[in-house]
Design a protein around this ligand. Sequence first.
Ligand code: AHM
Ligand code: MG
Length: 331
Amino acid sequence: TSHIALPVGTALDRFIKRKQDDFPFASGELSQLLRDIALAGKIVDREIRRAGLSNLAGAFGTQNVQGEQQQKLDVVANVRFTRAFKNGGEVCAIISEEEEKIVDLANPNGRYIIAIDPLDGSSNIDVNVSIGTIFSIYRRISPVGGPVQEEDVLQRGTAQVAAGYILFSSSTMLVYTTGNGVNGFTYEPSLGEFFLSHQNMRIPEDGGIYSINEGSYHSFSEPVKQYIEECKERNLSARYIGSLVADFHRNLLKGGIYIYPATKKDKNGKLRLMYECNALAFIVEQAGGKATNGTERIMELTPEVIHERVPFFVGSTKMVNRVKELMQLQN
Ligand code: AHM
Ligand code: MG
């Protein structure tokens, strides 16, 4: 990371450049890749902002690979990000929540792999609620020049070289880490630039918010139920937008825990290890928090399939530790 702390208000491009200057022997590909993501993010932001007017929102009539209704903006976002990675040339393959299989970008010299949920929380689009993009960046394992292998995309979260999210809300923000802390940038649409607004983000060690879809209470395991009861006894605030990036972002700033546990119906919960959990786990750890599936650290899980789901407990260290303790007592 830079030896000089960059001031709030620094433009994203300059920020990335200054960080790059600290690694004179690095190729600069990762920096370029982050710029590509920011640019695609701006394009998606534009599509979202005009969605209501241009009749873009609404069911697209097809379903994504998880069998859910796919909204038109998901498709748009998927196309925009894919195109940015294809044209940028640094990425050889993508795995996306919107694609059943690995997408080989025919950039055989690309040294990076992307795992992305192009637009998470898409059921919220029609009702004008915040949505987000989540991404992880990995270095490919197989030799450059050859075909992409499964081992390239099925890496553990600990292998991420960078991860981030874009939150499309009352303002649009890009938050990312390259393993040296977390920084947040706010988009200024009239200038078309992201500016550093949240320097070296840290999640409070303990928090006053718990976020879970409590409607499914009766299908949670006993330790999860017990943890919820404890939250109530402590008079914590219940906050659940139902849009992962927005719920995560609020808890990151204010301190709290987000839980999507196993339910009777979904033994592994709902969220995807590769597109949602690993990236947020990397960010939360870099901000001083924790992420677990109840027993193990999210980033140490070995993925078996690209669309794998996993129970997810993420947020302030004390809160995650407590729910983990309850889970372990039961086992
Ligand atoms: P999606 O990837 O299909 O958009 O679903 C993920 C979303 C998350 O944003 C959110 O946290 C969760 O699903 C909400 O699920 P539920 O409605 O079951 O509480
Ligand atoms: Mg999603």
